[in-house]
Design a protein. Sequence first.
Length: 181
Amino acid sequence: MRILLLKDVYKLGHAGDVKKVADGYARNYLIPQGFAVIATPGAVKQADEIKQKADILRTQLNTEMSALSEKIEGLVVAFASKAGETGKLYGSITPQMIADAIQEKSGAAIDKRQLDVEPIRTLGEHPVSVRLTVDIVPSVKVIVHREGEKVNLEPVVEKEIEAAAESIIEAVEELEASEEA
């Protein structure tokens, strides 16, 4: 079924786009939720107007969410959990637990549905994407360690600072080399 998107839909498209989707997806989700309409010739004529309005709304939302994105980007969240010898957890770290930890650390209200992660069931570092808008998707690092073990988060932060410093130094050297030439 061909539909015209009225709103941005994650992993599908932006408002004003004409897309071909499964009939059930359109009839049961997109159209009832107000995300899309059937792409009739009359509706397709309105696509440009819908795109312009959506672009304005998207830029406003992106400017509002960029400050929140800066708070969340690179955040490190640690969880202590019981695990077997193979590193498999006896429980799991759920998206709700991750959202609560992010909210506690950054003060940003994050819904568990904004996280692109399945429940975590193993020890180690796991990257988690936070979907603030269609365009802004900051990343958070989730560290799961055994209960009773101490995890020093400082080396993780120090490594990131060192990597950023090296990239700045390289950029400055390239700039100086281009000025000399």
